[in-house]
Write a protein that binds this ligand. Structure first.
Ligand code: F6R
Length: 614
């Protein structure tokens, strides 16, 4: 949800800002803009609807010089995506320029006040009130930029990560955050701002994570000055980020999504590294063992997340209830946060998030915290807001996920949930030693099996070409593979724009079966597990209605294969691990359907990777 980047130093700011925006484009790509202070200390703002590439083209031939600048890539909330609503926004006098990620909830009342003071507005955004308000406060109280930002933000309700620069002031960049992510990069005689580390990793790995309600002044020649909105001094230690440049580049693949699908054996190995011991065939998850008494006394576990992470959470319920016998509820965070849920002190909340910045998931954490629950997070991005808001947790270590459609984040989340359930089940004595060893053994072989499935890439591409005509798809699965059906449908709709529904296979006859005709593709996930025979009956019901069946089956399958139009054969594994395998062909299928249809696979319309607004 919007990416922001800033630079102050001795280099030309424009190329650094543009490169940073390209890295952050996954956060939104409705419009892009840049503000620069040139050598005469004039403040130039260039902005345009569309992607960063369009901004670059728009800036050709313009004065893009300057050693200080801020830039923004937008995911529209207030105001349609157009040039006018693009950031940066000028203040009334055009002396200030500001970029913002977040939502200002009380913008209407501030706007009214400013209009009464003679301010006029050029955009439909909530953001524009911020820059006018800062200018108003600055002039009225005769403050410098840093103090004006600090004082102004005390009037603001909502979420923000902002960067502000000022005409005539060549050595100061001011930034602040509340509820939206922002890091400060500390280089040699230069500073950077970024919504995340990918924007600045080329230049420095030394960063400061700003906390909520903190304002920073980046001034050349001195260390960053940071104070809270209540004017208390803050001293943050500089942290090192571990991120390699190749992790955030396509590495020869046409899209990040395809690269990330193929990276899954590696990302799962990173996820299990130091946790799964292949010699002793056991799992050590310190987050669980360090908090074992908390888990032992838990009456209930609540899992909350959004989108794909919610699907991983649903699999977590199957795993934890089967292996640990603790009741588990799973709820999308946007619902949990706004109803009046019963959450007790003995409950454990497990929020799951790739980005660690999802606004609804963060709000659900705060709610559960207030009610005394223990918060155990599953997160990919180290140091993210959700990671910092939890009491304890496990990182997925999937590496940066840049394609908007989540792939490797999902499988690593499921792997963490599996390791948690196995560790906990062993500690609580709810699984036999034999079952534990067998499942750990199977888990240790999972990445080889995924490698085998990835070799089916071309075969799945061929199947995809048959179904680009479809306007609807259905995905069916049962047990552990019901959430995989939901995930398969989500992957297809978000990147190909084909409508798709995921259903528990047996629910089909309670309604959706009416949709089946000889044009309807139905993806059936039917590995040979406990309820395989039941799924076979469901496939028969589809066949009788002439639906086109694409089946995910185990190697050597006979019954489903007889009825399916297309079969994708995958290796078998322990039932509770099947989602780690069955989801892979579904990711590949949606990737090819979308790319053959010419869709923008990595940046599908209307979406953004990190949903920092509710
Ligand atoms: C789908 C997708 C989204 C995210 C959701 C939660 O491919 O990526 O549905 O899963 O927005 O995001 P995180 O996991 O970052 O909280």
């Amino acid at each position: 949800m919007c990416g922001i980047v800033g630079y102050i130093g001795h280099k030309e700011a424009f190329p650094i800002l543009i490169k940073g925006l390209k890295r952050l484009e996954y956060r939104g790509y409705d419009s892009a803009g840049v503000a620069l202070l040139n050598k005469d200390l004039d403040l130039n703002v260039y902005k345009t609807k569309g992607k960063v590439k369009q901004l670059e083209a728009y800036c050709k031939g313009k004065d893009i010089s300057g050693n200080i600048g801020i830039a923004h890539t937008r995911w529209a909330t207030h105001g349609e995506p157009n040039d006018r609503n693009a950031h940066p926004h000028y203040s009334q006098s055009e002396n200030l320029a500001l970029i913002h990620n977040g939502i200002i909830e009380n913008y209407l009342s501030i706007k009214k006040l400013l209009i009464n003071e003679g301010y006029s507005f050029k955009s439909d955004t909530d953001t524009e009130v911020l820059v006018h308000l800062i200018e108003y406060v600055k002039n009225r109280y005769k403050l410098d930029l840093f103090d004006a930002v600090k004082r102004s933000l005390n009037f603001v309700v909502g979420a923000y990560a902002i960067g502000v620069i000022e005409k005539g002031n060549s050595d100061t960049l001011v930034a602040a955050r509340k509820g939206s992510p922002l890091i400060l990069g500390v280089g040699e005689g230069e500073f950077f701002l970024g919504s995340d580390a990918t924007a600045i990793i080329e230049y420095t790995s030394n960063v400061i994570y700003l906390n909520d309600e903190e304002v920073a002044e980046l001034r050349l020649g001195s260390s960053p000055k940071i104070r809270t909105l209540k004017d208390q001094e803050v001293n943050h230690e500089i942290k090192k980020i571990e991120l390699a440049l190749e992790d955030i580049e396509k590495g020869g693949y046409p899209h990040f999504m395809l690269k990330e699908i193929h990276e899954q054996p590696k990302s799962l190995e990173m996820c299990m590294n130091g946790r799964l011991n292949r010699e002793l065939m056991e799992i050590k998850l310190s987050g669980i063992t360090d908090n074992i008494e908390r888990f032992r006394s838990a009456k209930r576990i609540l899992i909350t997340a959004c989108g794909t992470s919610w699907h991983a959470g649903l699999i977590g319920k199957y795993l934890i209830e089967e292996l640990c016998r603790i009741p588990v509820e799973v709820e999308v965070a946007s619902e949990l946060r706004y109803r009046y849920p019963v959450i007790e002190k003995d409950d454990i909340l497990i929020p799951i998030s790739q980005s660690g910045e999802t606004a609804d998931t963060l709000a659900a954490i705060e709610l559960a915290k207030e009610q005394g629950a223990f918060i155990y997070g599953i997160c990919n991005v180290v140091g993210s807001s959700i990671a910092r808001a939890t009491d304890s947790g496990t990182y997925t270590h999937a590496g940066p996920e840049i394609g908007v459609a989540s792939t490797k984040a999902f499988t690593t989340q499921v792997a963490v949930l599996t390791m948690m359930a196995l560790t906990l089940g062993k500690e609580l004595g709810t699984i036999s030693q034999e079952r534990y060893k067998k499942t750990v053994q199977e888990l240790s072989e999972i990445t080889h099996k995924i490698e085998k499935i990835l070799l089916l890439d071309k075969e799945i591409e061929k199947i995809s070409t048959v179904f680009t005509y479809a306007r609807n798809f259905m995905y069916l699965g049962r047990g552990y593979n019901y959430p995989v059906a939901l995930e398969g449908a989500l992957k297809l709709k978000e990147i190909s724009y084909i409508h798709a529904e995921g259903y528990p296979a047996a629910e089909m006859k309670h309604g959706p079966i009416a949709l089946i005709d000889d044009e309807m593709p139905i993806v059936v996930i039917s590995p040979k597990v406990r309820i395989y025979d039941k799924v076979v009956s469901n496939v028969q019901e589809i066949k009788a209605r002439k639906g086109k069946i694409i089946a995910i089956v185990n190697e050597g399958d006979v019954d489903v294969k007889k009825m399916a139009d297309f079969c994708i054969e995958i290796p078998s594994t322990d039932e509770c691990l099947t989602p780690l395998l069955t989801v892979i062909p579904l990711q590949i299928l949606s990737y090819y359907i979308a790319s053959i249809k010419g869709r923008d696979v990595d940046q599908p319309r209307n979406l953004a990777k990190s949903v920092t607004v509710e």
